[in-house]
Design a protein around this ligand. Structure first.
Ligand SMILES: Cc1cc2nc3c(=O)[nH]c(=O)nc-3n(C[C@H](O)[C@H](O)[C@H](O)COP(=O)(O)OP(=O)(O)OC[C@H]3O[C@@H](n4cnc5c(N)ncnc54)[C@H](O)[C@@H]3O)c2cc1C
Length: 401
């Protein structure tokens, strides 16, 4: 591979059996990029370069992909402008936000979408079986389909930064990002979803993605023949353990109580697996290792001596929490921290709508987030028309075009 930027070593798998085992080589060629990502089989050189770029510079990779889409004529997204006052600002880049984006654009609303990353939780789902018409679709594939659909419309996008606060001044909502930029809009559709709950132990953030994982469906193959811990006692924890059974050599399922909330059939299935050890009434107190994740220190839930568990990874399956912090002071939340909405996706604040997993909507699913994102955009359109805050010529009821 002739490039000054890429160093490559070629290894004969039969002569280096330790390396072959480490990287689970069962066929050649197998390309391992920076020790973690794998490509099986021969690849055209341009595809190989793109895969390397994706691993090493994900932002550059995304930029390049956007440019390709723009060159093909399918991308009409605009750059965001902090001086401009948008008619609607959509916060989030998951299914709820993307659906709201399409509906807002089709109502000719002057729209800004602000998101940390496109895809949201769908990115962490290996295969989705319950999205109508697309059984078995991969999460990343569905994200790409959603993204390409949104990008057909002339909405502004501010991606890669986090909203830290939203407040209302006399005339607008002001959405402030971590890097300090502020955007103004007459209305907001808040779709910031949920994220995985953390343990709150020292150095946890440092090891996320480097020993601490959240999605066994996505990452189980990386733990082939290795020892892992799964923390939690609900369906997510038992599903993660079940996903790992065929990969990991030993799985420790650690739960702080002695009773589980997972389905009994799932508990039975996991308990029967020969490589799963269930440790109840235990909590994780610490991470072992300085630079490298080497295991965890666990303790009895009440009091008692600590015990070190040498594991190569730990999956946290202790629930999801709504990303409602940026609006906590402004909008009504329920006891779980979810934004309260009515059937029109309105919150207690005029012009402030919400959709998807961050809300108190019954059940959290992709199709529900998509439906609610659409409803929120239709309600926002009606609000903006009623208050003469939009240039849109589309009237209420023109939704079927
Ligand atoms: C492992 C897993 C498997 C699942 N499997 C399925 C399944 O098979 N079928 C199904 O229907 N559902 C499944 N779900 C649930 C489904 O993914 C969610 O219901 C859905 O993604 C919710 O969409 P959302 O847009 O409301 O939120 P999310 O998908 O959580 O998206 C939130 C978005 O907001 C952005 N964001 C968050 N905070 C900020 C901030 N402060 N500033 C800027 N941007 C922010 C994020 O970057 C993200 O783009 C699964 C979830 C998980 C975790």
């Amino acid at each position: 591979m002739a490039s000054d930027h890429i160093r490559a070593d070629m290894v004969d798998a039969s002569e280096f059996s330790t390396l072959s085992q480490k990287y689970n080589v069962s066929g050649v060629p197998k390309t391992i990029i920076n020790g973690s990502q794998f490509i099986e089989g021969t690849q055209p050189i341009d595809r190989l370069f793109l895969e390397i770029l994706k691993v090493v510079h994900p932002e550059e990779f995304e930029k390049l992909k956007s440019e390709v889409r723009a060159a093909r004529g399918g991308r009409r997204v605009r750059n965001p402008n902090p001086e401009h006052i948008y008619e609607v600002a959509i916060v989030g880049g998951g299914p709820a936000a993307m659906s709201a984006g399409v509906y807002a654009a089709r109502k000719e609303l002057d729209t800004l979408m602000i998101a940390q990353e496109i895809g949201g939780q769908v990115n962490y789902t290996a295969s989705i079986d319950n999205y109508l018409g697309l059984p078995g679709i991969g999460g990343k594939e569905l994200t790409e389909m959603f993204r390409e659909h949104v990008e057909r419309y002339p909405i502004a996008q501010a991606l890669g930064d986090e909203v830290v606060s939203i407040r209302r001044d006399e005339e607008h909502y002001v959405v402030t990002l971590k890097k300090g930029v502020g955007y103004r809009a007459h209305s907001v559709i808040y779709c910031s979803g949920k994220e995985y709950r953390r343990l709150g132990i020292p150095r946890e953030e440092q090891f996320i993605g480097r020993g601490i994982a959240f999605c066994a469906t996505c990452d189980a193959p990386l733990y082939k023949d290795r020892r892992v811990a799964v923390v939690g006692g609900g369906n997510s924890a038992f599903t993660a353990a079940r996903d790992l059974v065929n990969f990991a050599s030993e799985i420790y399922l650690i739960h702080r109580r002695d009773e589980f909330t997972a389905d009994p059939a799932l508990i039975r299935q996991v308990s029967k697996a020969g490589n799963v050890k269930i440790l109840t009434n235990r909590v994780v107190r610490d991470i072992l290792g300085q630079e490298k994740f080497e295991g965890i220190r666990i303790r009895p839930s009440g009091d008692g001596p600590g015990e070190d568990l040498k594991v190569d990874g730990m999956f946290l399956e202790i629930g999801l929490i709504p990303n409602s912090d940026p609006v906590r002071e402004m909008v009504q939340l329920n006891e779980k921290g979810e934004v309260r909405i009515n059937h029109r996706n309105e919150t207690n604040l005029p012009g402030f709508f919400a959709a998807g997993d961050v809300t108190d909507v019954f059940e959290k699913q992709i199709c529900i987030a998509v439906g609610d994102g659409a409803k929120a955009a239709l309600a926002a359109h009606e609000y903006l028309l009623e208050h003469q805050l939009t240039q849109s010529k589309v009237k209420v009821g023109d939704a079927w075009e």
